[in-house]
Design a protein around this ligand. Structure first.
Ligand code: ADP
Length: 458
């Protein structure tokens, strides 16, 4: 039996455990079970589905610290952030439970003395949910819970980088006692994910790279089923000279270096008005050098390792390419010798040009490239100079300017002066290569439903 081995990226890849890779037969059986369960799950009253999911919520809530530590060991997320990620996921879970009845209630769209027209929201069927490793709990919550609430059944494939987190989730879900087949998991890498989407499923919900998103879009097209894709991003951050600089610095450092830079909506390219660039770079350098890089199990640590050696090996040539083309390292720019694992020092790069990989590609690690601008138009053009369009950050004390700039950014979520747009009631998703469709709020729920209009004569 083939297994995925889980290793600790902070402790020189010490083995944490292993999980058997699902066979083709097992994957087919899980999907068949999900398909058998879908009629009953669809016909279960929404209020009952909510009650069952409240047990799931309690299950995760009770074991949150245990799960936080497991995530820290498995993917290197600093323990405080890992605990925070559980609260973040639970906040979304709670948010979905609170609004599901309102959002999914039948809607009267037209009524006169003779007819009544109503729209009903119905589940689509069995969803294959495929997620990455960067937020092992909230990726699961975002992908799975709204599907279960609307009445879809789910077969989940978590990432191969965190199989023990996948197992933990399965254990809590099983204890909560959902009907057989409503939720199940398969384990493995790309091959298992590919086998899963080739089974008779009705919907693909994917979070991960644009390259894989495109493959899944093609598979879905052949089957003529729907996809919801949340792919990468290379979010710009624009700092105008009229911004509150200390507050902008705090927000930039948080949004770039959280989770060692491994977030799809991290601030990945900084665009600074030329006349304040020296000041911003100086303050950023100080803020970055005050980060505590090290053992993620230590509560003082703010930046742990990357998730894996593979990720470290992907990041290194991106930075080297920038240096070869003339970028300057202000701080960081290397693998620290005294730490054994997938570490990379938080890095600030200036003299960055648009031909560099750190500008053109998504950089999934603690590296911040900086460019400068003179006019608002130039700033907007630089911000939109990317295939991606997930989010953007604007820092300005001038309301008219920041709102005009926000309206011109080609991205699904804009943060102004450090405000966080991530809330369960807000849509999340991207323009351009950052994805198809939206998660959360009414927009996210409706993506997962069929809409049926029923017109009746009175
Ligand atoms: P990342 O770069 O963040 O690992 P990927 O897009 O490679 O992002 O992977 C995200 C998820 O998609 C993981 O669970 C991975 O196993 C899965 N995956 C990768 N390739 C495929 C594929 N060809 N078909 C289905 N799932 C895949």
């Amino acid at each position: 039996m083939k297994k995925i081995v889980s290793t600790n990226p902070a402790k020189n890849y010490e083995v944490l455990g292993e999980v058997p890779i699902s066979t083709k037969k097992e994957i087919a059986e899980k999907v068949a079970q999900a398909n058998r369960a879908k009629k009953e799950w669809k016909e279960t009253e929404l209020s009952q589905r909510i009650d069952m999911l409240k047990c799931v919520y309690e299950g995760f809530s009770k074991r949150r610290l245990e799960f936080a530590l497991l995530k820290t060991r498995e993917m290197g997320m600093p323990i405080n952030i890992s605990v925070g990620e559980i609260y973040f996921g639970l906040q979304y879970f709670r948010g979905y439970l609170d609004v599901a009845e309102k959002i999914l209630a039948p809607e009267t769209t037209f009524e006169d003395s003779k007819t009544l027209h109503r729209v009903f929201y119905e589940p689509i069927g069995t969803a294959a949910v495929i997620i990455p490793w960067n937020f092992p709990f909230s990726n699961f919550i975002w992908g799975v819970i709204p599907n279960l609430l609307v009445g879809n059944t789910v077969v989940l494939k978590h990432a191969e980088e965190c199989p023990l987190s996948g197992k933990f989730i399965e254990e809590v879900m099983t204890k909560a006692g959902l009907p057989k087949g409503v939720f199940s998991e398969v384990y493995g890498n790309a091959k298992v994910g590919s086998q899963l989407v080739h089974e008779p499923i009705d919907l693909i919900c994917f979070t991960g790279s644009t390259a894989v998103g495109k493959l899944l879009y093609e598979t879905a097209a052949k089957k003529f089923i729907k996809v919801i894709l949340e792919c990468g991003g290379s979010d710009p951050g624009i700092v105008f000279a009229d911004a509150d600089i200390p507050s902008a610095i705090q927000s930039i450092v948080y949004n770039r270096f959280l989770n060692c830079g491994q977030a799809c909506n991290a601030l990945k390219r900084l665009i600074v008005e030329e006349r304040i660039a020296d000041l911003v770079v100086k303050q950023l350098k100080a803020a970055i050098e005050s980060q505590v890089v090290g053992d993620p199990e230590d509560t003082n640590t703010t930046v742990g390792p990357l998730v894996s050696k593979k990720q470290q090996m992907a990041l290194t040539p991106q930075v080297q390419d920038a240096l070869k083309k003339g970028a300057k390292i202000i701080t960081g720019g290397k693998i620290p010798k005294h730490l054994k694992g997938a570490y990379y020092l938080p890095t600030l790069l200036t003299n960055v040009t648009p031909d560099m990989r750190v500008w053109k590609e998504e950089v999934f690690g603690p590296v911040l490239p900086v460019v400068t601008f003179k006019t608002d138009e130039e700033a907007i053009a630089l911000a939109n100079d990317t295939p991606y369009g997930l989010g953007g950050y604007v820092y300005s004390g001038n309301r008219e300017r920041r709102e005009r700039v926000a309206s011109q950014l080609q991205a699904g979520g804009i943060s102004i002066n450090g405000a966080d747009y991530l809330l369960p009631c807000n849509p999340f998703g991207g323009y351009k290569a950052s994805g198809i469709g939206r998660e959360h709020g009414k927009w996210g729920f409706y993506e997962l439903c069929e809409k049926k209009v029923v017109a009746e004569k009175k």
